[in-house]
Design a protein around this ligand. Structure first.
Ligand SMILES: [Zn+2]
Length: 318
């Protein structure tokens, strides 16, 4: 069994069959480190230890973390000041730039996910600190969130949104209630993938849409950075979806892919973090420039969905 970098000997891992097709047969795809663990060893670019294994299903080709921490072990891998999605953006030029990008991205997400629809019932899964829901409420939507992290959920509630704390697989959701369900980089975190999707699909009104954004494991930046690609993000990212994987997940539940868009800023985010999260000191400045170059190349060449850094997919009932 592959060991975890910050795991003590009592940590428990589980082997799982392919979450898409149920096959127990797989081959090794790549070995990666937890990028948030043990900053003291980040003195070289290449990971020294290869702590987690991503496998490829021999039957359908799906990429998933295997073995993975047992579900009750997973929360502690998020219990860190360094986990970026829950971190405050800080001051200075970079903080201002981050907030500008976040505001732009929230508006972009709202336009693409709603397809121009004005108002309705929204369920945001993995809502984090709730900025997307807050914007949607201003646009006339009634927003409910689901969030595993209670600190983030409390912040989200401060915007006036209802937030359910827990896993979407067992969240008590009213049936046929929501016009739109959004999952911004959250589907890849859900240990009970099929149960969660079934629960969400039940909560969607007939004719409703599911908008979900995930990193693309066959993107240009994934191929360039290999095991250093930040979006492998083991063991928080449990799955790595290509377009065909999402179709295999949603089609049996009666959904078809309506459209897809490359996420505009993810090439830069992925390239910069892939450069910077493994190292420290002066080298970071040089690596940041290289990250910007790779991000720009990925942004320009990632116009095709197949090679985009992250993709927003919109599914509707077929
Ligand atoms: Zn499979």
């Amino acid at each position: 069994m592959t060991k975890a970098g910050n795991a003590d000997s009592s940590s428990r891992f589980e082997d799982i069959p392919c979450p898409l097709c149920g096959s127990h047969s797989y081959g090794n795809f790549i070995e990666v480190r937890d990028r948030l663990v043990n900053p003291d060893v980040r003195t070289d670019i290449k990971p020294r230890e290869k702590d987690f294994r991503i496998v490829t299903c021999s039957s359908c080709g799906f990429l998933y973390l295997n073995p993975r921490p047992a579900p009750d072990e997973l929360p502690r891998y998020y219990d860190t000041q360094n986990y970026d999605p829950h971190r405050e953006s800080g001051g200075g030029f970079l903080g201002s730039l981050f907030r500008f990008v976040r505001r732009f991205t929230i508006r972009w997400k709202a336009v693409k996910a709603t397809g121009g629809r004005k108002g309705g019932m929204l369920l945001d899964v993995g809502c984090g600190t709730g900025e997307f829901m807050a914007y949607m409420q201003k646009c006339g939507w009634t927003a409910t969130g689901i969030e595993y992290q209670s600190d983030a959920a409390e912040k989200a509630r401060s915007w006036g949104c209802e937030v359910i704390i827990g896993d979407p697989a067992d969240a008590k959701l009213e049936g046929n209630k929501y016009d739109l369900i959004t999952l911004w980089h959250s589907l890849e975190h859900l240990p009970a993938l099929n149960e969660a999707v079934d629960n969400l699909v039940r909560a969607l009104k007939p004719g409703g849409s599911i908008a979900l954004a995930v990193p693309n494991p066959v993107s240009l930046d994934a191929k360039f950075y290999k095991e250093r690609w930040v979006a492998w993000d083991a063991p928080r990212h449990l799955y790595h979806f290509r377009k065909s994987d999402l179709q295999a997940l949603f089609q049996p539940k009666g959904f078809s892919l309506r459209t897809a868009y490359p996420m505009p800023f993810d090439p830069f985010y992925h390239a910069l973090l892939s450069e910077l999260c493994w190292t420290s000191g002066l080298k970071r400045t040089i690596l940041a420039f290289r990250g910007l170059l790779v991000g720009t190349a990925s942004f320009i060449l990632g116009g095709r969905i197949e090679s985009a850094s992250s993709v927003l997919y919109i599914f509707e009932e077929s």
